[in-house]
Ligand binder design. Structure first.
Ligand code: UN1
Length: 512
């Protein structure tokens, strides 16, 4: 078992006996099967864990229901104080947590630090938000009437998170939910459990120090797809926020809809970028590189489709291939590495399948081979691939969670926008141009159909202050900043009559 990962957990006060369920800071083993977590860096076992049974999920959701009764009436700024303290604790453990993220997901240190910083940032955001959960006052059509709306806590929130952002996505949801007055039951990916145990322990430890916080305010259920289904089906959870694949999200959506609950979905992206003739090419190649090969192509926001104007496509392709050929690939915890491993063997097989399909569909492939030299044994390392292919090749429609960049050409911007929008997903997009008309068109209703549309930066690496999410098969949810908090609350419209009369709306007369 990995000693460094263990000692980080021990430093956080976490003992590494098999874990399955935590209600607050009370841990028990899961009643389901035992499984092991392995590092994608070298395949070493990180921990042995247990799956929480559906009964144990109910235990967590009932505790959350109980916690809700008291938490919903704690003043929001006091709820913010809990989040402020969690943020402080996360700051204190930033480098340890980042190291865990690297060991468990294979992210390079810089990106792991960035991910922990996203948690810290969203804590700060949520603390401010705790004093800004504003409702409107509306002009009533009746004399001496007040028409207003209030935002009330919604109830316990189920959070299902993915392996690729094992800590940030939890924080985006949990910190906002907490200030909104909602308890959280978290089901992390099986491939992000160690990070989950660490973050949950920190947050639940802080909650235990606050008299206002009930034990059931924060729960963690470790498990598999069955555990996720139990969350989606639970009538105790009026909102389920799920991040991951389209098939997972579709299943969650159907289950939650069946009980008329709310779901907030952040699913697949198949993100595109248009590079126009006026683009700054140096800036373009740098933004392409970070977006396409960062996190080894395993971000929801990773760049997968590149539409380059005919006039610059040849030099651009050549320049990219030169850079791809000398990418530092290997141990992500070593200084200077830019590309770490894929998450597991399934990911490398999916990448090889996609490349084989691309070849069959007429694509020309650069890179994409597995790397075994000068990388840790036991991990799945690849050279990111560039595939020159026709825009209508079927493979381009598909999100493969690996570093494959499809390079296509265009001559007319309207056509490029149509090709760009012509996929089932709608998360992140970008245009690289110095032409203000092109940039504005791309951001307009006739432009990109995605939840994120950028100009002169890549598709990935969003700040937490904006609303994060996308359209079409991406699921339509928005998390993190802006007014995403509204999904975690319920709106009550209040009409208050302070006159001695009873005028009816719409001028209706109803007198006996
Ligand atoms: C994800 O891949 O699920 O915008 C989240 C980004 C990060 C978050 C990605 N801030 O790339």
């Amino acid at each position: 078992i990995h000693t460094r990962a263990q000692s980080i957990l021990l430093d956080l006060g976490i003992h590494t006996e098999p874990k399955g369920l935590a209600v607050g800071n009370r841990w028990v083993a899961g009643h389901g099967p035992t499984f092991s977590a392995h590092s994608p860096i070298d395949g070493v076992e990180l921990a042995s864990l247990t799956v929480a049974s559906p009964d144990q999920v109910s235990q967590a959701t009932s505790a959350a229901r109980e916690a809700f009764v008291s938490w919903r009436v704690v003043p929001a700024p006091v709820r913010g104080e809990l989040v402020r303290r969690i943020g402080d604790r996360l700051r204190h453990h930033k480098s340890d947590l980042a190291e865990l993220v690297s060991w468990e997901t294979g992210k390079i240190t810089q990106e792991s630090l960035g991910e922990v910083q996203e948690m810290i940032d969203v804590c700060d955001f949520a603390v401010g938000l705790s004093r800004q959960l504003y409702g409107r006052t509306i002009a009533s059509e009746r004399p001496l009437h007040r028409l207003t709306e209030q935002w009330h806590p919604l109830g316990p929130v189920g959070v299902i998170s993915a392996f690729n952002f094992p800590v940030a996505v939890w924080a985006w949801n949990t910190m906002i939910a907490l200030v909104c007055g909602d308890p959280v039951v978290w089901k992390p990916s099986e491939k992000g459990t160690l990070c989950a145990i660490a973050c949950h322990s920190i947050a639940a430890g802080v909650a235990a120090e606050m008299p206002e916080a009930h034990q059931g305010l924060l729960s963690l259920v470790i498990g598999d797809a069955e555990t996720g289904k139990a969350i989606a089906d639970s009538p105790d959870l009026p909102l389920v926020s799920a991040t991951g694949s389209v098939p997972m999200g579709r299943d969650v959506a159907v289950r939650v809809a069946r009980r008329l609950g709310r779901s907030l979905l952040e699913l697949g992206g198949n993100n595109g970028m248009i590079v126009a003739p006026s683009a700054d090419l140096e800036l373009a190649t740098r933004s392409i590189l970070f977006a396409a090969v960062g996190t080894c192509g395993q971000r929801c926001t990773s760049l997968r489709r590149l539409y380059v104007h005919d006039s610059i496509a040849d030099p651009m392709a050549e320049q990219l291939k030169k850079l791809y050929a000398r990418l530092p690939i290997g141990d992500p915890t070593t200084d200077g590495t830019l590309v770490g491993p894929l998450i597991d063997e399934r990911a490398i097989l999916a990448m090889q399948d996609a490349l084989a399909a691309a070849r069959e569909q007429g694509g020309t492939i650069f890179g994409g081979d597995q790397i075994t030299n000068q990388v840790p044994a036991g991990g799945f390392y690849v050279r990111p691939a560039i595939v020159e292919i026709a825009a209508d090749a079927p493979i381009v429609q598909q999100e493969t969670f690996a570093p494959i960049l499809y390079l296509m050409r265009y001559s007319d911007l309207d056509d490029a926008i149509a090709m760009h929008n012509g996929v089932p997903q709608g998360l992140a997009s970008a245009i690289l141009t110095n032409d203000v008309r092109e940039a504005e068109l791309f951001c307009s209703p006739a432009g990109s159909d995605c939840g994120i549309a950028n100009v002169n930066i890549g598709t990935s690496g969003a700040e937490i202050g904006g609303a994060f999410g996308g359209e079409k098969e991406t699921g339509g949810g928005r998390e993190s900043g802006s007014d995403s908090w509204k999904a975690y609350m319920r709106r009550a419209t209040n009409t208050v009559n302070y006159s001695p009369e009873l005028p009816l709306a719409q001028g209706i007369q109803f007198d006996l």
